[in-house]
Design a protein around this ligand. Structure first.
Ligand code: CA
Length: 385
């Protein structure tokens, strides 16, 4: 959790600057811990926030005697309203929230922890809760920010040595060249990829995609690298910026040829306004496109650079996805079918085997967008933001 907090901070700042940022902002994570020798609990509450909405991951540790069932309570200081939850039953009355165990995580032994998450909305403020209580026992009164500690498992933001490590600064023409080649699977129309010398996350250049609505405007810049031997887990990190909220209709902006689908694509894009994974061969989606499933994903914020990370296990059905280091609960395949999340995805048991990376735009109906990609990295080891 602390790692996640630290990684929110921008790269290139020295550690002291990261710490200062954390202290000054005091979000997204706070921890409340038992004071003195009193038995109680410790809670870490980590949020991923966007205008009007948030997700929170809650990690609760039982510091008292073993519990056969548990109930974590807190009060929101802002106008947060919980709309859905996973791995706990969450109820809200006014600003008071109660999260109760579900059947499979009811037992919480002494020293044991449980993790659950929720999604909600907010209008004016979204501060982390100041205090928690586990089965009525306070976790420690006034919350104190988690003391900054050096990361113990840093995923380096740099990507030297990775199979793909591209900041596009070597792209001096207006068209992608060298390690990136323009491609338009299926059919080509008004969609366009180019090198933008005036918009960048790093340096002065990025890859720009003018994505057009309509099926025949598919266009991508494809990495020339063969990814067939990357793994067993494929880690991807990229900076993305775009102008238009994800549409209701299905769109794709990352497309990976997948040997397990006979070369058809494993795709990252959107549907119903939220991020989703899609499998071309059977059109399975992650999350399932039910209202509850969509609510477990997240819109793709517009008008700013964000950090998209994901990992794909090529040996088992397991995928995880992060936006700005907040994990997106609805974009998590864990191998056990979960209704609204990966139930449909796990109808297929063969894990994906990406062999290439394409960045661009596919619309299958309405939906156009202008996107920029920068600092794109892919390799066999975790790559941080
Ligand atoms: Ca750049």
């Amino acid at each position: 959790m602390i790692m996640a907090l630290l990684r929110v901070c921008r790269r290139r700042l020295p550690l002291w600057a990261l710490v200062m940022t954390v202290v000054a902002v005091a979000v997204p994570a706070v921890a409340a811990r038992a004071q003195g020798g009193a038995a109680g609990c410790a809670v870490t509450y980590t949020t991923n926030e966007w205008t009007g909405g948030f997700t929170a991951q809650i990690h609760v540790t039982n510091l008292g005697a073993a519990l056969n069932s548990w109930r974590l309570e807190w009060t929101y200081g802002g106008d947060q309203q919980v709309t859905s939850a996973w791995n706990a039953q969450v109820a809200q009355s006014g600003s008071a929230v109660t999260a109760a165990n579900v059947a499979y995580n009811a037992v919480l032994g002494a020293g044991a922890s449980a993790d659950f998450g929720l999604q909600g909305t907010w209008r004016t403020a979204d501060p982390a809760p100041a205090a928690f209580a586990l089965n009525g026992t306070p976790c420690g009164g006034t919350a104190t920010p988690t003391p900054p500690t050096p990361p113990t498992d840093p995923a380096p933001a740099g990507c030297a040595g990775a199979t793909i490590c591209s900041d596009f600064e070597d792209q001096t023409g207006t068209e992608p060249s060298g390690a990136w080649q323009t491609t338009a699977p299926d059919c080509q129309g008004a969609g366009k990829v180019s090198v933008d010398p005036s918009v960048a996350y790093s340096g002065t250049r990025s890859l720009r995609v003018d994505g057009g609505a309509g099926y025949c405007n598919h266009v991508f810049a494809a990495s020339t690298r063969d990814l067939s031997s990357v793994g067993p887990v494929v880690y991807v990190r990229m900076r993305v910026r775009h102008t238009t909220a994800l549409p209701t209709n299905h769109v794709t902006f990352v497309s990976m040829p997948d040997a397990s689908q006979g070369g058809k694509a494993l795709r990252v894009g959107g549907q119903n306004g939220a991020l989703q994974w899609n499998r071309e061969s059977d059109d399975a989606t992650l999350p399932e496109q039910s209202p509850a499933g969509v609510a477990l994903s997240t819109p793709l914020p517009t008008g700013r650079w964000l950090c998209l990370r994901f990992q794909i296990d090529t040996t088992a059905q397991s995928m995880r996805t992060w936006i700005d280091d907040g994990e997106v609960a609805g974009l998590h395949v864990d191998g056990v079918p979960t209704q609204n999340v990966d139930g449909q995805w796990l109808a297929r048991t063969t894990p994906p085997r990406p062999t290439g990376l394409r960045l661009g735009w596919e619309s299958y109906g309405t939906g156009d967008d202008t996107l920029w990609f920068d600092d794109v990295a892919l390799g066999s080891s975790p790559i941080g933001c």
